[in-house]
Design a protein around this ligand. Structure first.
Ligand code: PLP
Length: 374
Protein backbone atom coordinates (compact mmCIF):
# COMPACT_ATOMS: atom_id res chain seq x y z
CA UNK A 1 0.00 0.00 0.00
CA UNK A 2 1.48 3.33 -0.96
CA UNK A 3 1.15 6.29 1.29
CA UNK A 4 2.03 9.91 0.86
CA UNK A 5 2.16 11.63 4.19
CA UNK A 6 3.95 14.66 2.78
CA UNK A 7 0.96 15.47 0.57
CA UNK A 8 -1.51 14.79 3.37
CA UNK A 9 -0.08 17.77 5.29
CA UNK A 10 -1.52 21.26 4.96
CA UNK A 11 -0.31 22.79 1.67
CA UNK A 12 1.38 25.67 3.47
CA UNK A 13 3.23 23.24 5.72
CA UNK A 14 4.36 21.16 2.73
CA UNK A 15 6.07 24.26 1.37
CA UNK A 16 8.09 24.91 4.54
CA UNK A 17 11.80 24.21 4.81
CA UNK A 18 12.93 23.38 8.34
CA UNK A 19 15.01 25.83 10.37
CA UNK A 20 18.75 25.16 9.95
CA UNK A 21 20.47 25.50 13.31
CA UNK A 22 24.19 26.11 13.85
CA UNK A 23 26.24 22.92 13.63
CA UNK A 24 26.54 21.35 17.11
CA UNK A 25 30.06 20.96 18.49
CA UNK A 26 29.52 17.25 19.23
CA UNK A 27 28.59 16.62 15.59
CA UNK A 28 31.82 18.13 14.28
CA UNK A 29 33.77 16.18 16.91
CA UNK A 30 32.12 12.93 15.72
CA UNK A 31 32.80 13.73 12.08
CA UNK A 32 36.40 14.90 12.30
CA UNK A 33 37.64 13.62 15.65
CA UNK A 34 39.06 17.06 16.43
CA UNK A 35 40.11 17.71 20.02
CA UNK A 36 39.69 21.46 20.04
CA UNK A 37 36.54 22.99 18.61
CA UNK A 38 35.42 26.60 18.70
CA UNK A 39 31.71 27.17 18.10
CA UNK A 40 30.86 30.69 17.05
CA UNK A 41 27.69 29.75 15.21
CA UNK A 42 24.61 30.35 17.33
CA UNK A 43 25.19 33.66 19.13
CA UNK A 44 25.49 31.94 22.49
CA UNK A 45 27.21 33.58 25.45
CA UNK A 46 30.88 32.52 25.54
CA UNK A 47 30.95 33.02 29.33
CA UNK A 48 28.18 30.49 29.92
CA UNK A 49 25.54 31.71 32.36
CA UNK A 50 25.31 33.42 35.73
CA UNK A 51 26.57 31.24 38.62
CA UNK A 52 23.42 32.33 40.45
CA UNK A 53 21.34 30.79 37.68
CA UNK A 54 23.31 27.54 37.96
CA UNK A 55 22.77 27.47 41.73
CA UNK A 56 19.04 28.12 41.30
CA UNK A 57 18.76 25.24 38.83
CA UNK A 58 20.65 22.91 41.15
CA UNK A 59 18.27 23.76 43.97
CA UNK A 60 15.28 23.22 41.68
CA UNK A 61 16.47 19.78 40.56
CA UNK A 62 14.92 18.17 43.64
CA UNK A 63 11.49 19.24 42.43
CA UNK A 64 11.42 18.02 38.84
CA UNK A 65 8.78 15.41 39.65
CA UNK A 66 6.37 18.34 40.03
CA UNK A 67 4.84 20.31 37.18
CA UNK A 68 6.25 23.82 36.83
CA UNK A 69 4.21 26.85 37.86
CA UNK A 70 2.07 27.10 34.73
CA UNK A 71 1.67 30.83 35.19
CA UNK A 72 5.34 31.53 35.90
CA UNK A 73 4.32 33.78 38.77
CA UNK A 74 7.77 34.45 40.25
CA UNK A 75 9.51 35.12 36.92
CA UNK A 76 6.69 37.40 35.78
CA UNK A 77 6.91 39.34 39.04
CA UNK A 78 10.65 39.74 38.59
CA UNK A 79 10.26 40.92 34.98
CA UNK A 80 7.36 43.22 35.90
CA UNK A 81 9.34 44.99 38.58
CA UNK A 82 12.46 45.18 36.40
CA UNK A 83 10.61 46.80 33.49
CA UNK A 84 7.97 48.69 35.51
CA UNK A 85 5.04 46.88 33.87
CA UNK A 86 2.06 44.95 35.19
CA UNK A 87 2.54 41.14 35.19
CA UNK A 88 -0.60 41.02 32.98
CA UNK A 89 1.55 42.45 30.15
CA UNK A 90 3.93 39.48 30.17
CA UNK A 91 3.81 36.22 28.23
CA UNK A 92 6.46 33.61 28.93
CA UNK A 93 7.63 31.23 26.24
CA UNK A 94 9.69 28.09 25.71
CA UNK A 95 12.32 30.36 24.16
CA UNK A 96 11.22 33.52 22.42
CA UNK A 97 10.59 31.35 19.35
CA UNK A 98 7.62 29.94 21.23
CA UNK A 99 6.24 33.44 21.75
CA UNK A 100 6.71 34.27 18.06
CA UNK A 101 4.82 31.12 17.15
CA UNK A 102 2.01 31.93 19.60
CA UNK A 103 1.62 35.30 17.90
CA UNK A 104 1.33 33.59 14.53
CA UNK A 105 -1.19 31.05 15.74
CA UNK A 106 -3.31 33.64 17.47
CA UNK A 107 -3.30 36.40 14.88
CA UNK A 108 -2.51 34.87 11.48
CA UNK A 109 -4.17 32.39 9.15
CA UNK A 110 -5.45 32.17 5.57
CA UNK A 111 -6.41 35.58 4.19
CA UNK A 112 -4.19 37.43 6.64
CA UNK A 113 -0.63 38.49 6.18
CA UNK A 114 2.51 39.50 7.98
CA UNK A 115 5.32 41.80 6.91
CA UNK A 116 9.01 41.31 7.64
CA UNK A 117 12.29 42.13 5.96
CA UNK A 118 14.52 40.36 3.54
CA UNK A 119 17.59 38.95 5.42
CA UNK A 120 15.57 38.84 8.66
CA UNK A 121 15.41 36.09 11.29
CA UNK A 122 14.46 32.75 9.67
CA UNK A 123 11.75 31.97 12.20
CA UNK A 124 9.41 34.71 10.90
CA UNK A 125 8.63 33.03 7.55
CA UNK A 126 8.20 29.70 9.34
CA UNK A 127 5.71 31.14 11.81
CA UNK A 128 3.73 32.89 9.08
CA UNK A 129 3.63 30.08 6.52
CA UNK A 130 2.90 27.33 9.04
CA UNK A 131 -0.55 28.82 9.65
CA UNK A 132 -1.31 29.45 5.97
CA UNK A 133 -0.90 33.21 6.12
CA UNK A 134 0.87 35.26 3.47
CA UNK A 135 4.40 36.52 4.06
CA UNK A 136 5.10 39.92 2.55
CA UNK A 137 8.81 40.50 2.41
CA UNK A 138 10.11 44.06 2.41
CA UNK A 139 13.34 44.43 0.40
CA UNK A 140 16.27 45.35 2.60
CA UNK A 141 18.33 48.53 2.42
CA UNK A 142 20.97 48.58 -0.31
CA UNK A 143 24.40 47.02 0.16
CA UNK A 144 26.01 50.47 0.01
CA UNK A 145 23.65 52.21 2.45
CA UNK A 146 24.66 53.25 5.98
CA UNK A 147 22.93 50.08 7.27
CA UNK A 148 23.77 47.60 4.51
CA UNK A 149 21.07 44.89 4.15
CA UNK A 150 19.22 46.38 7.13
CA UNK A 151 15.49 46.89 7.58
CA UNK A 152 13.89 49.49 5.29
CA UNK A 153 10.85 50.80 7.17
CA UNK A 154 9.53 52.68 4.14
CA UNK A 155 9.44 49.34 2.28
CA UNK A 156 7.64 47.80 5.27
CA UNK A 157 5.08 50.60 5.21
CA UNK A 158 4.29 50.02 1.52
CA UNK A 159 3.37 46.40 2.28
CA UNK A 160 1.11 47.06 5.25
CA UNK A 161 -2.66 47.26 4.75
CA UNK A 162 -5.80 46.48 6.76
CA UNK A 163 -5.19 42.69 6.48
CA UNK A 164 -1.71 42.98 7.98
CA UNK A 165 -2.04 41.46 11.42
CA UNK A 166 1.65 41.26 12.34
CA UNK A 167 4.84 43.11 11.48
CA UNK A 168 8.10 41.47 12.58
CA UNK A 169 11.11 43.70 13.16
CA UNK A 170 14.31 42.32 14.65
CA UNK A 171 16.25 45.08 16.37
CA UNK A 172 19.16 44.48 16.17
CA UNK A 173 18.57 42.13 13.27
CA UNK A 174 19.95 38.61 12.92
CA UNK A 175 21.93 37.73 10.74
CA UNK A 176 23.01 41.22 9.67
CA UNK A 177 23.57 42.81 13.10
CA UNK A 178 22.13 46.06 11.75
CA UNK A 179 19.74 48.11 13.84
CA UNK A 180 17.07 50.80 13.66
CA UNK A 181 17.33 54.02 15.62
CA UNK A 182 14.67 54.95 18.15
CA UNK A 183 13.53 58.01 16.19
CA UNK A 184 13.02 55.96 13.02
CA UNK A 185 10.99 53.35 14.85
CA UNK A 186 8.91 55.96 16.60
CA UNK A 187 8.04 57.60 13.30
CA UNK A 188 7.20 54.21 11.76
CA UNK A 189 4.76 53.45 14.58
CA UNK A 190 2.84 56.66 13.82
CA UNK A 191 2.20 55.32 10.29
CA UNK A 192 1.00 51.80 11.18
CA UNK A 193 -2.76 51.06 11.46
CA UNK A 194 -3.64 50.77 15.17
CA UNK A 195 -4.93 47.20 14.74
CA UNK A 196 -1.69 45.91 13.25
CA UNK A 197 0.58 44.43 15.90
CA UNK A 198 4.19 45.54 15.54
CA UNK A 199 6.46 42.87 17.01
CA UNK A 200 9.90 44.19 17.90
CA UNK A 201 12.21 41.25 18.49
CA UNK A 202 14.85 42.49 20.93
CA UNK A 203 16.80 39.22 21.29
CA UNK A 204 20.10 41.17 21.37
CA UNK A 205 19.04 44.37 23.08
CA UNK A 206 21.24 43.78 26.12
CA UNK A 207 24.26 44.05 23.81
CA UNK A 208 23.10 47.06 21.79
CA UNK A 209 25.09 50.14 22.71
CA UNK A 210 24.77 52.37 19.65
CA UNK A 211 23.85 55.91 20.76
CA UNK A 212 20.69 56.00 18.60
CA UNK A 213 19.49 52.55 19.76
CA UNK A 214 16.77 52.19 22.39
CA UNK A 215 14.57 49.37 23.56
CA UNK A 216 10.94 50.15 22.81
CA UNK A 217 9.66 48.48 26.01
CA UNK A 218 9.08 51.89 27.67
CA UNK A 219 6.76 52.80 24.76
CA UNK A 220 4.17 50.11 25.51
CA UNK A 221 1.83 52.54 27.21
CA UNK A 222 2.01 54.88 24.22
CA UNK A 223 1.54 52.20 21.52
CA UNK A 224 -1.03 49.52 22.45
CA UNK A 225 -0.18 47.63 19.23
CA UNK A 226 3.46 47.17 20.22
CA UNK A 227 4.79 43.75 21.22
CA UNK A 228 8.36 43.46 22.54
CA UNK A 229 9.91 39.99 22.38
CA UNK A 230 13.00 39.14 24.41
CA UNK A 231 15.01 36.06 25.31
CA UNK A 232 17.27 34.59 27.98
CA UNK A 233 19.15 32.67 25.26
CA UNK A 234 21.71 35.32 24.33
CA UNK A 235 23.22 37.75 26.86
CA UNK A 236 21.89 35.70 29.80
CA UNK A 237 23.46 32.51 28.44
CA UNK A 238 20.47 30.20 28.93
CA UNK A 239 19.92 29.05 25.32
CA UNK A 240 19.74 25.38 26.28
CA UNK A 241 16.94 25.96 28.79
CA UNK A 242 14.56 27.69 26.34
CA UNK A 243 13.02 30.72 27.97
CA UNK A 244 11.86 33.99 26.45
CA UNK A 245 9.02 36.46 26.91
CA UNK A 246 6.79 39.04 25.29
CA UNK A 247 5.79 42.39 26.74
CA UNK A 248 2.51 43.64 25.28
CA UNK A 249 -0.90 45.13 25.87
CA UNK A 250 -2.70 42.93 28.45
CA UNK A 251 -5.31 41.93 25.83
CA UNK A 252 -2.59 40.53 23.58
CA UNK A 253 -1.10 38.67 26.54
CA UNK A 254 -4.59 37.34 27.37
CA UNK A 255 -4.94 35.98 23.83
CA UNK A 256 -1.47 34.39 23.80
CA UNK A 257 -2.24 32.79 27.14
CA UNK A 258 -5.21 30.99 25.51
CA UNK A 259 -3.14 29.32 22.81
CA UNK A 260 0.02 28.43 24.69
CA UNK A 261 0.71 24.99 26.13
CA UNK A 262 -0.31 24.89 29.81
CA UNK A 263 3.28 24.31 31.02
CA UNK A 264 5.26 25.86 28.20
CA UNK A 265 8.22 26.93 30.35
CA UNK A 266 9.92 24.24 32.40
CA UNK A 267 10.70 24.57 36.09
CA UNK A 268 14.50 24.78 35.74
CA UNK A 269 14.17 27.50 33.10
CA UNK A 270 11.77 29.50 35.28
CA UNK A 271 14.08 29.66 38.28
CA UNK A 272 17.29 30.05 36.29
CA UNK A 273 15.82 32.99 34.38
CA UNK A 274 14.66 34.64 37.59
CA UNK A 275 18.13 34.29 39.13
CA UNK A 276 19.86 35.39 35.92
CA UNK A 277 17.77 38.56 35.75
CA UNK A 278 19.17 39.53 39.14
CA UNK A 279 22.84 39.08 38.27
CA UNK A 280 23.91 42.43 36.86
CA UNK A 281 27.59 41.56 37.42
CA UNK A 282 27.40 38.65 34.98
CA UNK A 283 25.52 40.76 32.45
CA UNK A 284 28.10 43.56 32.58
CA UNK A 285 30.93 41.05 32.19
CA UNK A 286 29.16 39.57 29.16
CA UNK A 287 28.79 42.99 27.60
CA UNK A 288 32.42 43.81 28.23
CA UNK A 289 33.67 40.57 26.63
CA UNK A 290 31.45 41.33 23.65
CA UNK A 291 32.69 44.91 23.32
CA UNK A 292 36.34 43.81 23.37
CA UNK A 293 35.72 40.84 21.06
CA UNK A 294 33.98 43.07 18.51
CA UNK A 295 37.03 45.33 18.38
CA UNK A 296 39.38 42.32 18.08
CA UNK A 297 37.39 40.73 15.23
CA UNK A 298 36.81 44.00 13.39
CA UNK A 299 40.52 44.82 13.46
CA UNK A 300 41.35 41.36 12.11
CA UNK A 301 38.81 41.68 9.30
CA UNK A 302 40.22 45.06 8.40
CA UNK A 303 43.72 43.54 8.18
CA UNK A 304 42.28 40.85 5.90
CA UNK A 305 40.55 43.46 3.76
CA UNK A 306 37.07 42.16 4.61
CA UNK A 307 34.05 44.36 5.10
CA UNK A 308 32.08 43.87 8.32
CA UNK A 309 28.49 45.07 8.50
CA UNK A 310 27.69 47.45 11.36
CA UNK A 311 26.54 45.35 14.31
CA UNK A 312 24.81 46.18 17.58
CA UNK A 313 24.63 42.51 18.58
CA UNK A 314 26.98 39.72 19.75
CA UNK A 315 27.91 38.61 16.25
CA UNK A 316 29.41 40.09 13.12
CA UNK A 317 28.28 39.61 9.56
CA UNK A 318 31.44 39.43 7.48
CA UNK A 319 31.31 40.09 3.75
CA UNK A 320 33.86 37.79 2.10
CA UNK A 321 33.21 39.14 -1.41
CA UNK A 322 33.16 35.50 -2.54
CA UNK A 323 30.98 32.48 -1.72
CA UNK A 324 30.88 31.78 2.01
CA UNK A 325 29.99 28.06 1.85
CA UNK A 326 33.49 26.79 0.88
CA UNK A 327 35.12 29.05 3.48
CA UNK A 328 32.70 27.71 6.09
CA UNK A 329 33.72 24.14 5.14
CA UNK A 330 37.42 24.93 5.35
CA UNK A 331 36.95 26.53 8.75
CA UNK A 332 35.17 23.36 9.93
CA UNK A 333 38.25 21.34 8.99
CA UNK A 334 40.19 23.61 11.36
CA UNK A 335 37.68 23.09 14.16
CA UNK A 336 35.89 26.42 13.82
CA UNK A 337 32.12 26.47 13.43
CA UNK A 338 30.59 29.69 12.10
CA UNK A 339 27.35 30.22 10.23
CA UNK A 340 26.99 30.34 6.45
CA UNK A 341 23.99 32.53 5.62
CA UNK A 342 23.19 31.81 1.99
CA UNK A 343 19.79 30.67 3.28
CA UNK A 344 19.23 34.25 4.44
CA UNK A 345 20.01 35.59 0.97
CA UNK A 346 23.60 36.51 1.83
CA UNK A 347 25.70 33.87 0.01
CA UNK A 348 28.95 35.87 0.25
CA UNK A 349 28.78 36.43 3.99
CA UNK A 350 29.48 34.49 7.16
CA UNK A 351 27.93 35.24 10.52
CA UNK A 352 30.41 34.90 13.36
CA UNK A 353 29.44 35.01 17.02
CA UNK A 354 31.76 37.14 19.14
CA UNK A 355 33.50 34.74 21.53
CA UNK A 356 36.17 35.03 24.19
CA UNK A 357 39.46 36.55 23.16
CA UNK A 358 41.01 33.07 22.72
CA UNK A 359 38.08 31.81 20.63
CA UNK A 360 38.17 34.90 18.44
CA UNK A 361 41.91 34.45 17.94
CA UNK A 362 41.40 30.81 16.95
CA UNK A 363 38.86 31.93 14.34
CA UNK A 364 41.11 34.73 13.06
CA UNK A 365 44.06 32.37 12.65
CA UNK A 366 41.93 29.79 10.85
CA UNK A 367 40.31 32.38 8.58
CA UNK A 368 43.66 33.90 7.70
CA UNK A 369 45.00 30.47 6.69
CA UNK A 370 41.87 29.56 4.77
CA UNK A 371 41.78 32.80 2.81
CA UNK A 372 45.45 32.44 1.94
CA UNK A 373 45.02 28.93 0.58
CA UNK A 374 41.41 28.45 -0.52
C1 PLP B 1 18.43 34.01 18.82
C2 PLP B 1 17.23 34.78 18.44
C3 PLP B 1 16.05 34.64 19.13
C4 PLP B 1 16.01 33.78 20.36
O1 PLP B 1 15.40 32.60 20.22
P1 PLP B 1 15.07 31.74 21.52
O2 PLP B 1 13.94 30.91 21.07
O3 PLP B 1 14.68 32.67 22.60
O4 PLP B 1 16.30 30.98 21.85
C5 PLP B 1 14.97 35.39 18.76
N1 PLP B 1 15.04 36.28 17.76
C6 PLP B 1 16.18 36.47 17.09
C7 PLP B 1 16.23 37.50 16.04
C8 PLP B 1 17.30 35.70 17.39
O5 PLP B 1 18.42 35.88 16.69
Amino acid sequence: MSCDFIHQALPAVQRLSPYQPGKPEAELRRELGLAHIVKLASNENPLGCSPQATAAMQAALTDVARYPDGNGYALKQALASRFALAPECITLGNGSNDVLELLGRAYLGPGRHAVFSEHAFAVYPLVVQAVGAEARVAPALAADSAMPYGHDLAAFRQRIDHDTRLVFIANPNNPTGTWLGAAELDHFLTTVPPNTLVVIDEAYYEYAEAPDYASVAPWLSRWPNLVVVRTFSKAYGLAGLRVGYALSHPEVADILNRVRQPFNVNSLALCAAEAALDDSVFLSASREVNRQGAVQLQAACERLGLRVLPSAANFLCIDLARPGAPIFEHLLQRGVIVRPIAGYGLPNALRVTIGTSAENQHFITALTEVLATA
